[in-house]
Design a protein around this ligand. Structure first.
Ligand code: ATP
Ligand code: LTN
Length: 343
């Protein structure tokens, strides 16, 4: 079965929101049926900001458990932790010699982060996109589901792949971005519906977390900002809060906008808020329950991650062998075996 290969990852930096679920994780899980999917917890990337080791370790495992709880199926897809596969860091070094300073200097995320983390502008923050290129290129990835903000990084991955291939032969697949989290999947902040719901938002009431308890979810929706127009219409310009609730309700219930408008033709904001909360509670309840189960059974999670790392490593090592050979680096027989070792 030659299905296209999909690779994506998220950083273990803080809890994920309903926006991340509807805009990213749910789409990842949907892709498992007709793609070979590889999903990674990119813990090495998260080291570009200081982490408390004990809390960091838990957050990495939390994110892996959340992937599984959201429906990533280890029987179908590869799920693993980036630092378990040393080839990511190794390929990042090799690719850094094919990446120009000027290219990295143009990255808007670097400029933003350098401004917001002015006390710790480390070299890793600068070369972050090279590690991301390594993640992607290591697996012969065809498609990369990412948010809009990562498109520039993906463009760089493509440029690096093309440059390497031009010099050393067709080793890397040139990956295509698949921009997720747009359109109706773009969930807005409950307190300021002109902004997207963001996990780094300060206000608790602004964002629904995937692991929120039902009463917290209900409270947040009851307090969601709407308007004083008293009608439930699909009028984004004048009623962004109402349209956000309609979008959330229909994403959670699998309904169209027409169905949502018919369902809420009573024009009662109170009922819209409560029913949206109920739809989200129904959607997230099984995720939270599965997450709790997984986190209380370290052996199961560890088993899944060990197997995922083995599967990832098998693919990554095959690619590393080709890359090292193409560059003229002598292959280590202890690593690649005596017969294949001679290239
Ligand atoms: P931060 O607050 O740190 O910017 P974030 O919540 O915006 O984080 P990212 O880590 O940037 O999340 O994005 C992870 C994925 O979630 C991306 O694929 C992105 O498209 C998706 N996503 C994030 N927020 C939303 C949202 N409000 N609606 C839909 N999709 C979203
Ligand atoms: N930079 C991405 C996370 C990330 C990633 C990747 C996404 C690291 N490596 C490879 C897709 C493919 C982010 O911050 N969202």
């Amino acid at each position: 079965m030659n299905q296209p290969i999909v690779f994506s990852g998220a950083q273990p930096t803080g809890q994920l929101t309903l926006g991340n679920y509807l805009g990213a994780l749910r789409q990842w899980t949907a892709m498992q049926h007709d793609h070979t999917c590889i999903f990674c917890v990119v813990d090495l990337h998260a080291l570009t900001v200081r982490q408390d080791p004990a809390a960091f370790r838990e957050r990495i495992l939390d994110l892996a458990a959340l992937y599984l709880a959201c429906g990533i199926d280890p029987e179908r897809s590869v799920i693993f932790i980036q630092s378990h596969v040393p080839a990511h860091a190794e390929l990042a070094w090799l690719l850094s010699t094919f990446t120009m300073m000027g290219e990295l200097d143009r990255m808007t995320q670097f400029k933003d982060k350098a401004r917001s983390h002015a006390h710790n502008v480390n070299a890793g923050l600068f070369t972050y996109p090279v590690l991301m290129a390594a993640d992607i290129l290591l697996y012969g990835t065809h498609k990369v589901p990412v948010g809009e903000d990562q498109k520039q990084h993906l463009e760089l991955s493509r440029d690096v792949a093309v440059r390497f291939n031009g010099l050393h032969g067709p080793i890397f697949v040139v990956p295509e971005p698949l921009v997720t989290g747009g359109g109706a999947a773009r969930i807005k902040d409950l307190q300021d519906p002109l902004k997207k719901m963001s996990k780094s938002a300060e206000a608790d009431l602004a964002k629904v977390m995937i692991l929120d308890e039902p009463d917290a979810i209900l409270k947040k929706f009851k307090k969601a900002v709407t308007d004083g127009l008293g009608s439930i219409r699909n009028d984004e310009a004048n009623q962004p809060g109402v349209v956000n609730l309609l979008n959330i309700w229909r994403a959670a219930r699998g309904a169209s906008m027409e169905e949502a408008l018919t369902h809420f033709s009573h024009n009662q904001y109170g009922r819209l808020k409560v029913e949206t909360a109920e739809a989200v509670i129904d959607l997230l309840d099984p995720v939270r329950q599965r997450f709790t189960e997984l986190r209380s059974d370290p052996a199961e999670l560890e088993g899944v991650l060990t197997r995922g790392a083995e599967q990832a490593m098998e693919r990554a090592e095959a690619m590393m062998q080709r890359v090292l050979s193409a560059l003229g680096l002598p292959l280590n027989p202890r690593r690649f075996g005596p017969t294949q070792g001679r290239s």
